[in-house]
Structures are given as structure tokens and as C-alpha cells.
Design a protein around this ligand. Structure first.
Ligand SMILES: Cc1cc2nc3c(=O)[nH]c(=O)nc-3n(C[C@H](O)[C@H](O)[C@H](O)COP(=O)(O)OP(=O)(O)OC[C@H]3O[C@@H](n4cnc5c(N)ncnc54)[C@H](O)[C@@H]3O)c2cc1C
Length: 352
């Protein structure tokens, strides 16, 4: 399950001065079958350190395998990828993962998406797949960028508009490059969304809204969408990073103060069950790694869901959760990188 599989880079091309689109050919294509909006987690040794990072698939289902990587100033993996990736190079990634999608159907639907900067990557996959698979559906994209020069996939979006006349609309909002219409300038925040709903977009007709971008933008937009009448399950998020570090649950803090002894954990991975000790203050993921188990992980910040497992017995509390939906939490799924054991004993499985 925590398996990394080999892929060959077949093409690398810039989409802006600070981002590349990487085309990949997996050795085992079946293992990399994906649903629109999912991501890949790569593993790479850079300057002697193993780095794991997730990148969303930007192509549509049935269109091969591509990811878009935007350079983060001083960022380890994104800088390495932008500077070094060349056709013929070999990479390692885990099979696709993530739940940033809704099942496709036959009914005509109006989808709305808000993307900020590199947040366009999974949204592009959603747009391409949906427009191809649901011929009666429409997609409206509100795409926020700092300036015209940083707009990723500009040509692809124009092509999609031409190919799906009347079914795909893109509204560019630029923070710095002044545009003639004030609505299209500045930041995409709650006020901007309310203004868009006042004229360009009719919120009543929206079936599902997707949001992927910086955390403050996501929070402001989701609040505006709820104020416009959309329900919780009509709004889907994907977060790339969180500005807020997780906080140790109060019950863990109290237990540590009392000199907690740790807990016993039975952990199942790939059909094998091991019994380990989760030391005081340790997460379930850290305990698994300390016991040399190949437990899956990537961001270690509660943002991706690579380390998801299910609690079958006992109780854990998460310090942060930016990835799991309420219904998954209700079924006992947790992010093991954020999970502290509250009970004396816990049984968890990565195979569920
Ligand atoms: C589910 C998921 C999907 C993702 N999909 C994509 C994608 O399609 N394309 C893409 O370009 N990125 C994507 N990311 C973000 C990506 O995984 C990395 O976090 C990002 O590329 C930075 O990694 P790095 O090693 O270059 O920087 P690091 O060495 O990790 O960080 C360097 C500095 O930059 C800050 N930083 C980290 N991430 C970001 C960020 N995203 N924006 C601004 N500052 C940041 C850190 O706080 C740190 O100060 C995704 C993340 C997740 C969790």
C-alpha cells in the first residue's frame, strides 16, 4: 500500500516562467489509473535527504498522466523539479490518491470552481474530464493569479473554451495587473465572490463548487458560498498547505503532564499486523515509522491524505485535519500523522 512505483518522465515543458508541466509514463499504467482531481506523491532524494511531496494530476481521465509543478521560492522539491527534470529521467510515485471530485453522471449540472495560482492543477483535471464525460454539463472557473505572467495553463484554458463553446467559462481575476473592469482585479475574497454572484454567476444554479488555492482564500470563498445558499456537501476543497500548525489535543497535553506511559497499538499494513508502543506525545505515524513499518505518508501536516488509516478499536484525536471529510471521520478514518492515542490500546488499519 505504501508502495512507490517507477515512472519515466517523457516530456517537460514550461507553462509559465515559474512552473513546469511534466508528462509521465508509469511502468505499470494500471496502478496509475486515476479519478479526476487526484494527486501523486513523489519520493526523491535531494542533497542526501529523502523528500516526499504531492502534486495534483492536471490532465483529464484517459489523457495520459501529467502533473504541474510551480516553483516555491526556496522550496526543496519544486525548485529541484523545475531545474532538473528532463525527458528520460526516472521518478518514483505512489499510486493516485485524494477525494477532490464528485462522481460523474448523466444529469446536466453546473459546476463552479475557484482556483488560486497552482491550485489550477486538480481543477483543470476536473474541467477536462467533466466536459468530456458530461455533454450536458457546464463549468465556470474563477481563476485568481498575481499577474497575467503567472497564469498557468492559459492556452489550454483558451482551447477548452473554444472546444466547448457555451459550456466552459473562465473568469480571470488578477491581483496586480489592473484590468478595465474592477470586478476582475484584486484578490478573490468573500466580497469578490458576493460581487460575482451579484451579476456574472447565478449561485442558485450551481450544483457543486470546487475550491483549491491558498487557505485564507478558501475560507473566505466557502463562507461566501454558504451565505449564497450552497450546502456543506456542495462545496469541495483541496488544500496544498496550511498556514496553521496542528495543536496537540488537550487530552494529550493533560496526559503528558501526568506522566503518560504511552499506548499499545495493533497496526495492520498490507495484511500484516504488528503490535507496537506509541510513546507519549508520538503520533500513530511516528510510532509506525519508529518500528520500521513502511507506513504511507507525505506532507506530515494534515493536509494531504496519504497517511489515512482507520481506527477499529480504541480512541485517537487528531491535532489537525485539512483533508478528511466529515463522513470519513465518522467512519473512523484518521490522518495518522496527526493522530494521538487517547485510550490505553488502539487497533488501526491502513488496509481499509
Ligand atoms: C494534495 C496536494 C496536492 C498538491 N498539488 C500541487 C500541484 O499540483 N502543484 C504544485 O505546484 N504544488 C502542489 N502541492 C504543493 C506541493 O506538495 C509542495 O508543498 C510545494 O511544491 C512546496 O514544496 P517544496 O519542497 O518545493 O517546498 P518546501 O521545501 O516544502 O517549502 C519551502 C517553503 O515554502 C513554503 N511552502 C510550502 N508549500 C507551499 C506552497 N504550496 N505555496 C507557498 N509556499 C509554500 C513552506 O512553508 C516553506 O517556508 C500540493 C500539495 C498537496 C498536499
Amino acid at each position: 500500500m505504501a508502495q512507490f512505483l517507477p515512472l519515466t518522465v517523457t516530456d517537460v515543458r514550461p507553462t509559465t516562467r515559474e512552473a513546469v508541466v511534466v508528462t509521465l509514463q508509469p511502468d505499470d499504467p494500471e496502478a496509475f489509473a486515476f479519478t479526476q482531481g487526484q494527486y501523486l506523491t513523489f519520493r526523491q532524494e535531494i542533497d542526501g535527504t529523502e523528500i516526499r511531496r504531492s502534486y495534483s494530476i492536471c490532465c483529464g481521465v484517459g489523457e495520459g498522466l501529467q502533473v504541474g509543478i510551480k516553483r516555491v521560492e526556496g522550496g526543496a522539491f519544486s525548485s529541484w523539479a523545475n531545474d532538473n527534470l528532463k525527458p528520460g529521467m526516472r521518478l518514483e510515485a505512489m499510486p493516485p490518491s485524494g477525494r477532490f471530485f464528485v462522481p460523474l453522471g448523466d444529469a446536466p449540472r453546473h459546476y463552479l470552481a475557484f482556483a488560486g495560482g497552482s491550485g489550477i492543477t486538480p481543477v483543470l483535471s476536473l474541467i477536462r474530464t467533466t466536459l468530456a464525460a458530461e455533454p450536458q454539463s457546464r463549468f465556470t472557473l474563477v481563476y485568481a493569479n498575481r499577474a497575467a505572467a503567472t497564469v498557468m495553463f492559459r492556452e489550454e484554458l483558451e482551447d477548452l473554451k473554444n472546444r466547448h463553446m457555451g459550456r466552459f467559462r473562465v473568469i480571470h481575476v488578477l491581483e496586480h495587473d489592473g484590468q478595465e473592469v474592477p470586478l476582475f482585479s484584486g484578490r478573490v475574497d468573500g466580497e469578490k465572490v458576493a460581487a460575482l454572484f451579484g451579476g456574472l454567476i447565478e449561485p442558485e444554479g450551481v450544483d457543486v463548487a470546487f475550491i483549491c488555492g491558498p487557505e485564507p482564500m478558501m475560507l473566505a470563498i466557502s463562507e461566501a458560498l454558504r451565505a449564497a445558499g450552497l450546502s456543506e456537501d456542495q462545496i469541495r476543497f483541496e488544500l496544498f498547505k496550511s498556514d496553521q500548525p496542528g495543536r496537540l489535543p488537550q487530552r494529550v497535553v493533560a496526559a503528558l503532564a501526568e506522566g503518560a506511559k504511552g499506548a499499545e497499538a495493533k497496526v495492520t499494513l498490507d495484511g500484516v499486523t504488528r503490535t507496537l508502543t506509541v510513546e507519549p506525545g508520538q503520533t500513530v505515524l511516528e510510532a509506525g515509522l519508529a518500528a520500521s513499518m513502511e507506513v504511507p505518508f507525505s506532507c506530515r501536516a494534515g493536509v494531504c491524505s496519504t497517511c489515512r488509516c482507520r481506527v477499529l478499536e480504541g480512541e485517537v484525536e487528531m491535532a489537525a485535519n485539512y483533508a478528511l471529510e466529515d463522513d470519513e471521520v465518522a467512519k473512523g478514518y484518521v490522518l495518522s500523522c496527526q493522530s494521538h492515542v487517547i485510550s490505553e490500546r488502539v487497533v488501526v488499519s491502513y488496509d481499509e
